[in-house]
Design a protein around this ligand. Structure first.
Ligand SMILES: O=C(O)CCC(=O)C(=O)O
Ligand SMILES: [Fe+2]
Length: 453
């Protein structure tokens, strides 16, 4: 990290939104203080906008008891072959796993154009998505490079990928392996949908693309809010409507539905919009699939990550649901000042404070800048110890906010109790408060700004 200029203005200038380099020292403690997660606890890849933490061991331990229930066969309709686990993921870890994935994965709201005849239509995907994995023809070598499975060389020329495939991070790969063991199926893709509100949906479709091969098996997990999953037989000349009836499965947190056999070729499924408080807490759906060809990989990245997976390096595009930004906190012995340069458009954006973690490490400014040169204390303002969100701030708990500006500050009141300070620091992943440290410390961290739908 370069030295910061000393003026207040320069401190307040929004940090550049840049793509983290792979060799950046994410989450690594420089040894000065604190216990940021060790680097081997993160899944990293140049295609990731930011590293993804490994699953906490508490979740892994319980996950190993999955499936929580035996699967129930649903084969009583023509061409339907479902195995339904209610639930698959043990109850105790459903909420933390949901929260973990929601805050640690990066999601996109993809837009794309389709052409029907001369008419071009823009589609706005009505949910957040993200995808990891690569088809059967290739894999990632130990350096994270995409290589052909037989030659072990990067595919080139006509064989080259038009997207940047992303390896499945540890937190999803553990679940993928468990699912393979339970089902006897092979999966190389993890496609994640995040339905943040009841307005989010997926319309009737079937996952019958040729690149999945004939009669594909797809394992589909639910975490968070319960949502109805509708199924109906496709209208084909051979189908007799009287022989099959539409179905509704109220998929609840932890459930896993394995769709296999002719389910994709003969049936369609959807998650319709729903109203009501319960759906507003959001639902994550993870599907594991197996793609056979490069075309499958390109298709999945195009529709689930959009420009985020372009081979030319574009990562976080404007459709990103959660954009990682680097922020900076200045900690004084008697309080903390959090300066959050976020492009806040009133109710549209929320700072996901819970998703913060220390990215770089603290820096003792008495050595690098000299505390006298730093005038941050003047912006010290009352706010809740863990100033949760910009909305808190708008209720008057935020101090220095100038209309039309892209800067926000939330701070701990000077003189907060040791306990409050400890909590605040803990919320940034710092276990040991630096209360006897006389100088201002800077902590750089990543936060995600979620754009509400
Ligand atoms: O959210 C779900 O349960 C279904 C998702 C789905 O059908 C898909 O991603 O293809
Ligand atoms: Fe689907």
């Amino acid at each position: 990290m370069s030295k910061r200029p000393r003026t207040l203005d320069s401190f307040f200038s929004p940090p550049a939104v840049k793509r983290p380099r792979q060799d950046e020292n994410h989450g690594h403690d420089d040894g000065a203080n604190g216990e940021a997660p060790p680097s081997d606890q993160l899944s990293r890849h140049p295609t990731y906008p930011f590293p993804i933490p490994h699953l906490p061991s508490g979740i892994i331990d319980v996950l190993n008891f999955a499936p929580a229930e035996e699967g129930r066969l649903i084969i009583d309709q023509p061409d339907l072959d479902l195995l339904y686990f209610q639930p698959y993921i043990p109850k105790d870890i459903q909420p933390p796993l949901f929260e973990f994935l929601r805050s640690e994965l990066f999601f996109y709201k993809v837009q794309y154009k389709i052409k029907r005849g001369p008419v071009e239509t823009q589609i706005n995907t009505p949910r957040y998505t993200t995808v990891f994995g690569i088809d059967e023809t290739s894999c990632f070598n130990d350096d994270g490079q995409v290589v052909d499975v037989t030659t072990r060389k990067p595919p080139s020329g006509k064989e080259a990928y038009t997207c940047n495939p992303r390896p499945i991070p540890q937190c999803l790969d553990l679940l993928r392996t468990l699912t393979e063991n339970t089902t006897g199926c092979k999966f190389n893709f993890a496609l994640v949908n995040y339905y943040a509100t009841g307005d989010h949906s997926i319309s009737y479709h079937s996952d019958d693309e040729r690149f999945l091969g004939p009669d594909p098996a797809i394992a589909s997990f639910t975490l968070g809010a319960k949502r109805d999953f509708l199924l109906r037989h496709k209208k084909t000349p051979a189908a007799h409507p009287s022989e099959s009836k539409p179905m509704k499965l109220p998929l609840a947190s932890g459930d896993m539905l394995l769709m296999r056999g002719k389910t994709q070729s003969c049936w369609e499924h959807s998650i319709p919009k729903r109203k009501g408080g319960a759906v507003e807490k959001g639902r994550i759906n993870i599907t594991f699939r197996r793609a056979m060809t490069k075309g499958g990989t390109a298709n999945y990245y195009r529709y689930n990550v959009g420009d985020g997976a372009r081979a030319d390096g574009g990562i976080i595009d404007r459709h990103a649901a959660t954009s990682p930004r680097k922020f900076r906190i200045a900690v004084k012995p008697h309080g903390a000042l959090l300066h959050v340069p976020c492009m806040l458009s009133a109710r549209a954006r929320r700072l996901q404070m819970r998703t913060l973690r220390v990215d770089q490490t603290f820096r003792d400014t008495s050595k690098t800048h000299g505390p006298a040169a730093y005038d941050a204390p003047i912006i010290s303002t009352p706010s809740p110890p863990e100033g949760r969100s910009c909305r808190d701030a708008q209720r008057g708990e935020m101090g220095s906010y100038r209309q039309g500006e892209t800067r926000h500050m939330m701070g701990l009141r000077p003189g907060v109790t040791e306990r409050m300070r400890r909590r605040a620091w803990n919320s940034f992943g710092i276990e040991r408060p630096l209360h006897d440290e006389p100088s201002i410390l800077f902590i750089d961290f990543m936060a995600k700004i979620a754009t509400s739908p």
